[in-house]
Ligand binder design. Sequence first.
Ligand code: DQA
Length: 146
Amino acid sequence: MLHLAVINGPNLNLLGIREPHIYGSQSFDDYFLLLKERFLSVELDYYQSNVEGELINYLQNCMGMVQGIVLNAGAYSHTSIALADAISAIGIPVVEVHISNVLAREDYRKTSFIASKCVGSVSGLGMDGYALAVQYFINRLPSETA
Ligand code: DQA
């Protein structure tokens, strides 16, 4: 069975409450239930932290455990060389997700330190971005879902 980790970084625990005009009104817990129902053939783990080092620890602990990672690193995407290094170090394919279109927002969101370490990025497609990233791994690793 394909085993993936979905990881959210800082402030994404507030989805549904936080700036709903940008991030929507759905909580991630509600969305994650739907995601699991939609992809019954995939084992999906979920982790969220507001702490950079905890995200790095979790990424490292994914080694040997999951075949792919869906990562919304929130603002750390734009600041963290340490997260970028962790992605390089673990050797697991990571898809970067942003709910909002970061290229249509403030200039400081237009740089991602992690993007070049990821297989690709989804930005601006709302919560669907997570499902699209999961679907990418299913397409890429079809034998794992058999
Ligand atoms: C975000 C975009 C980031 O710029 C921001 O800091 C977030 C959320 C998104 O999902 O659109 O926290 O990653």
